[in-house]
Design a binder for this molecule. Structure first.
Ligand SMILES: [Zn+2]
Length: 94
């Protein structure tokens, strides 16, 4: 009889430990997910081509020299790349 009681007690505490560990694990996941989404959502940045402000999250990214630039549309990104090419060609001509 005592063996059964010990088994039940061990099983009960074991279950509680696993449950609380899982809850902590999922809460941590949720918090890190919220922090990431919040970071991007809150940032408003200006398009370097047309100067329009837009949320970074909906921007069109372009990685240049290890830095990420964001544009309001693919059109502005393409304009930026075209202007950059023209500038580079002018520089090599001088
Ligand atoms: Zn733009």
């Amino acid at each position: 009889m005592l063996k059964i009681l010990i088994l039940i007690a061990v099983g009960y505490f074991g279950f509680r430990l696993i449950k609380s560990a899982m809850i902590r694990h999922f809460q941590g996941l949720q918090q890190s997910m919220n922090a990431k989404a919040g970071d991007i959502e809150d940032v408003m940045i200006a398009d370097p081509v047309c100067g329009v402000y837009f949320p970074k999250r909906s921007g069109v990214p372009l990685i240049e020299n290890g830095k990420t630039l964001y544009f309001c549309s693919t059109e502005c990104r393409d304009n930026y790349l075209r202007d950059k090419k023209i500038r580079e060609e002018q520089n090599t001509r001088d």
